[in-house]
Design a protein around this ligand. Sequence first.
Ligand code: ADP
Ligand code: MG
Length: 325
Amino acid sequence: MSEIILEVQNLKKYYQQGSLFQKKESVKAVDDVSFVLHRKETLAIVGESGCGKSTTVKSIIRLTEPTSGKVILHGEDFTSLKGNALREARKKLKIIFQDPYSSLNPRMTVRDIIAEPIDIEKTWKTRGEREEMVLETMRLVGLDPTWINRYPHEFSGGQRQRIGIARAIILKPDIVICDEPVSALDVSIQAKIINLLKQLQEELNISYIFISHDLGVVKHIADRILVMYLGHVVEEGTSEDIFNHPSHPYTQTLLNAIPTIGVEMNESSLIDGDLPSPSNPPKGCVFHTRCPFAKEECVLKQPEVKDLGNGHQYACILNAENESE
Ligand code: ADP
Ligand code: MG
């Protein structure tokens, strides 16, 4: 596999809740997450809503400061960077969100919206140069360059996401974090945006961290998949291994939740109940309260990580092959 460009080591983010005078309770949104990202790779992070996906990536880029842990970017400790060094490093690390509309200024033209990152970094000398950079980026993301004077409300949902992508790639970053970038879009548009991301990856050698609550969505883009549950990584592996040999009971329930055309959903194989509160996570294995295979042991101790080879790992006391059938 290609070189490692990002390494996340034992990342934790605990949010403190309660006022100054109340007993403080911490929300363990991310609890000891580690992984690596290779050059030109797409790593998906999946798990149901509230399991800590967004907090993981926000802590990585320090949109929120992590409680502990390290992020190594290009061999450098990103977590301790300050001032100019942090600003420089951030040029190479961009994020796009589910709803680009909320971050697009309604009074700015698409030209000025897309140019904002290059305006801030002053990467152009003449207006003509700036215009050319914007036009080139619009072409790259499949936006009609003749629409350069239009405003955000004149674009459809899919086109707005293309504007969000244009802003993210105009400085030619190495890593783009996509936090549920297609979750608000119609299925037909989702596929187009995913194809665009893949095409940009080829042209610009981008690595992606691609978040989705839907395992089905990542099937066509992920090289590797990280499955998160209640702040923990419960399984990790190549896309092929996760889809063909899901080993953690949670991954299996996520796979069962993907609808297949013409096949009726078997409700009994879907996950029961709600995600427990991360401020009071279950003892032992965090998944035991919802696990169909849970035994007494699962309540008593944290599961060890089992290695199935080829980077395929899962945290469960059960043996993948025999007990999940
Ligand atoms: P996901 O992106 O997987 O849906 P999040 O990372 O947004 O999950 O949230 C993980 C947990 O952290 C949730 O329980 C959420 O309520 C909590 N959380 C997120 N942001 C904050 C915050 N600013 N303060 C307190 N709790 C938060
Ligand atoms: Mg989220």
